[in-house]
Design a protein around this ligand. Structure first.
Ligand code: AHG
Ligand code: MN
Ligand code: MN
Length: 344
């Protein structure tokens, strides 16, 4: 048995698989892959451990509250948004295979390792998702999407590296900083979840080969805006409440997409961020919110659309582009597509 296959005994005597071991094992299934991909992902795991440490001590360390700047989205940056963005930027920019980093918090994608022909990957991320929940001790998260440098893409044009449809993601994932910290990722070979064991500082496999239930009990949407949803969305939500799909649905809405999606992945059901009057294209960003979630949903047997189209087939035009999102279990999504055939 090689070092990467050998189960390491945990304190309880159960076999223990860390995310690092898992990545190395997954990588072997792809001929030609080398250790570089696991080195790259280790930048993300390291950064998210630092972010979770800050989130956990947030009330004690003067890190709560607003930073005083408005980001490119026109939204108020929280101190933790800024910290998380810096930590990810630092951890990833020392990985020499990464050529481009793009973040929700930066207007333009950043070229790193300028001039290096070894730079093969672009990483797009939302450093802290659910900022409005930070101050009230509710789950927040980090999302990421990894793309290969397109054939012939020039080092002078970092946008070209990231403006790729989501189906071209070679890996995607997220971390939820919740009652425990969990990392969920896929390299297109199933979805796997790892819980951070604080006693050893390692992400340990806790949810192998995750599958979204065919149907769930919950719908998840900000109903405060329902008067400005396209009417068919409202009618669809009423349909769920009325029990047309076999039972009346319960409502759950956290207001951190990553946490709402994590519940949907585990329990099934449907999450929607529809177009509204204020946000005619919805609020969520295609590249670093909808795409990673859509990739994971499909890998787990679920479905993700923008109301009509498969999210992963959308050709992005700009890095902060927004998109309506409807994601969840097959049964709810099949019914949505039948019942809301032409909504935009
Ligand atoms: P972010 O904190 O990265 O800007 O994202 C917030 C997003 C997303 O997490 C969540 O689903 C949505 O905002 C909630 O928006 P509403 O308050 O409009 O429901
Ligand atoms: Mn977000
Ligand atoms: Mn964010």
């Amino acid at each position: 048995m090689s070092e990467t296959q050998a189960p390491h005994a945990s304190l309880s005597g159960e076999p223990l698989m860390t995310v690092q071991q898992h990545i190395l094992q997954e990588q072997k299934k792809f001929p030609g892959a080398s250790g570089e991909f696991s080195w790259l992902l280790s930048g993300i795991t390291l950064a998210t451990k630092l972010i979770q440490a800050k989130v956990q001590r947030a009330g004690l360390s003067n890190i709560l509250g607003e930073h005083g700047e408005i980001n490119i989205q026109g939204e108020t940056q929280q101190k933790l948004d800024v910290y998380s963005n810096e930590v990810l930027g630092h951890a990833l920019s020392v990985r020499e295979t990464i050529g481009v980093l793009a973040s929700e918090e930066n207007e333009h994608p950043m070229l790193v390792h300028q001039g290096s022909e070894n730079a093969k990957y672009a990483i797009v991320f939302d450093p802290l998702d659910g900022s409005s929940n930070i101050d009230v001790n509710v789950s927040v998260g980090t999302t990421f999407s990894i793309l290969r440098r397109p054939e012939g893409a020039s080092l002078d044009d970092p946008e070209a590296w990231v403006l790729q449809p989501g189906r071209q993601q070679i890996a995607a994932g997220y971390v939820v900083y919740g009652s425990s910290t969990i990392l969920v990722y896929s390299v297109g070979n199933g979805v796997h979840g790892f819980t951070l064991d604080p006693s050893i500082g390692a992400y340990v496999l806790s949810h192998p080969d995750m599958k979204m239930p065919e149907q769930g009990k919950y719908y998840s949407v900000n109903e405060g805006y329902s008067a400005s949803f396209p009417p068919r969305y409202q009618q669809y939500i009423d349909r769920l409440k009325q029990g047309v799909l076999g039972h009346p649905y319960s409502s759950r809405y956290i207001g951190s997409m990553v946490a709402d999606f994590h519940r949907t992945l585990l329990k099934g059901g449907i999450f929607l961020y529809p177009p509204t009057t204020d946000n005619p294209n919805g609020k969520l960003r295609l590249l670093y919110e909808a795409n990673p979630v859509a990739f994971l949903a499909e890998q787990a047997g679920g479905v993700a659309i923008d109301g009509t189209r498969r999210v992963l087939d959308i050709q992005p035009e700009s890095i902060h582009q927004r998109v309506p999102l409807v994601v969840g279990s097959r049964k709810e999504l099949a019914d949505f597509e039948r019942f809301v055939p032409t909504s935009g």
